[in-house]
Each structure stands twice: as C-alpha cells, then as structure tokens.
Write a protein that binds this ligand. Structure first.
Ligand code: ATP
Length: 240
C-alpha cells in the first residue's frame, strides 16, 4: 500500500505569554488536499500555521505529520520533514539577491549535490520568469507582487509536501492576486497539500477543497469550499 501524507492536529493549545491563543484546535489534511483557514483578525490563524511550522511551541495537544510528532520539533527540522511555510511578511532577506534568496530555500536540503541545487533553482526561474530577469537584483527592491513570488519560490524550490501559506495576496494588485491563486492551483494539481490562510474569501474558496473557520482559537465550522450552503454558513460564522 502506498503511504500518503497526513497532517493531524488534535486539541492544540498555544500561548503567547499569558494569552491563551489556540484553545484546542482540531484539523486534518490528507495528501493533495487544499484547505482554507478563515477567521476574523486575531482569531489565531497565523498562530496555527506558526505552531505547525515549529516557530511557536504548543503548550498542549498533538501535532502529527506522517507519524512524526511535530510539537517539539524545531523549524529547520520541520522543513526537512517536507513542510514549507510562507509567512505573511515574506521575510525576503535584505542585502541578498533574488538568486541568493532562492538558494537559501535549499539550505535545509541535505544530501543534494550542487548540480541538483542549480537544477532546482533553474526550475524556479522557468516557473517565475520575472525572477529570472531580476536574479542579480536585491530581493527587497522587487515590487510587492514579485517579493511574494520570491517568497513562494524560495519555499517551493525545496519541494515541500505540505505548504503553509499565510495571506499571500494581502496588499497586492488584482492581476498579481490572480497569478498567486493560479500558482496555488498548480501546486495543488502537482499533489502538494496546502493550508491557506487568506482574507480574499472568494479566491481562497475557489482554490481550496475544504475549509475551517476559526474564532478565538477554536474551530467553529468546517465545510466544503464548493458547497453554497457551507459558504453561506461561513459568511455568517465570521461576519464582523
Ligand atoms: P490576522 O488576520 O490579524 O493576522 P490571525 O487570525 O492570524 O489574525 P494571529 O496573528 O494568530 O491571528 O493572532 C492571534 C492573537 O495573538 C491576536 O490577539 C494577536 O494580537 C496575538 N499575538 C500574535 N502574535 C503575538 C506575539 N508574538 N505575542 C503576543 N501576542 C501575539
């Protein structure tokens, strides 16, 4: 039997100091699923992604990825287990060129030859021709949309099996928003499992199979992204 990728989050609790942010989250995802995470500002969406990525340690609960318990695992090892995180603020390294930023995405990759690394970066340049044109330019001099593409390319260059994407279209022009959703669609078709936090609800529902709505650190609703009834329930659940 083929083993398929599986994320399972159970009763997850996370604190920042004394603030109890995630208050018992349960979510799961199987290989190739694309899942939207919705909720009002401050609901805990980013904290959920950061906890899975190992940036924040949960205080309680279980976080399983393909049988590995992630709760105590450091971010670099989470990367090596095939989980890529594209944070909301993009974290383009100042002072580094586009090319150097892309190579940094391969830093965690062990046992890959220099030739294979070059081939992986070249694949990104084929996929993102704008980045190829600007490969020598400092990453932080790119436009907002290009920086988002660089942040995505820097993560997918390592071929993660699970991608955590935090608000990728925030503040970007409509045409670039379309490009980003079409890239997310391509990654899904290639079999990547995706957790997407996104304020653009229409775009995110179209790009996902299922969704969870989070409020005050708890899942308050889950549903099918294509179902009109579930969409209606979602709007009602997270209406401000
Ligand atoms: P948004 O859409 O505004 O990004 P979100 O659902 O992603 O919201 P989080 O960023 O996870 O929410 O934040 C959840 C709560 O945790 C908020 O009340 C926020 O102020 C608080 N918070 C976030 N980061 C920290 C931190 N480093 N230290 C203390 N509190 C934090």
């Amino acid at each position: 039997m083929d083993i398929i990728d599986m994320l399972k989050v159970q009763s997850l609790h996370t604190y920042y100091g004394l603030s109890h942010i995630l208050q018992g989250i349960d979510i799961d995802a199987v290989e190739g699923e694309s899942i939207g995470i919705f909720g009002r500002n401050g609901a805990g969406k980013t904290t959920l992604l950061k906890t899975i990525a190992g940036w924040v340690r949960p205080s309680q609960g279980s976080l399983q990825w393909n049988g590995h318990a992630l709760a105590e695992v450091a971010p670099d090892r989470v990367c090596r287990l095939g989980i890529g995180f594209i944070p909301e603020d993009r974290r383009i390294f100042p002072g580094l060129s586009v090319d150097e930023n892309l190579h940094l995405g391969l830093m965690q990759a062990r046992g890959i030859s220099t030739a294979d690394k070059k081939a992986a970066v070249d694949r990104m340049y084929k996929r993102f021709p704008k980045l190829a044109e600007r490969r020598k330019q400092a990453g932080t001099t790119l436009s907002g949309g290009e920086q988002q593409m660089l942040a995505m390319a820097r993560t997918i260059v390592a071929r993660p099996r699970l991608l955590l994407i935090d608000e990728p279209t925030e503040g970007l022009a409509p045409m670039i928003v379309e490009d980003i959703f079409s890239l997310i669609g391509e990654l899904k078709r290639e079999g990547t499992t995706i957790l997407l936090v996104e304020q653009n609800m229409a775009g995110a529902l179209a790009a996902t199979d299922r969704f969870y709505a989070i409020d005050r650190g708890r899942v308050i609703l889950q549903g099918s992204s294509a179902s009109n009834d579930d969409q209606q329930r979602l709007m009602e659940a997270i209406a401000v």
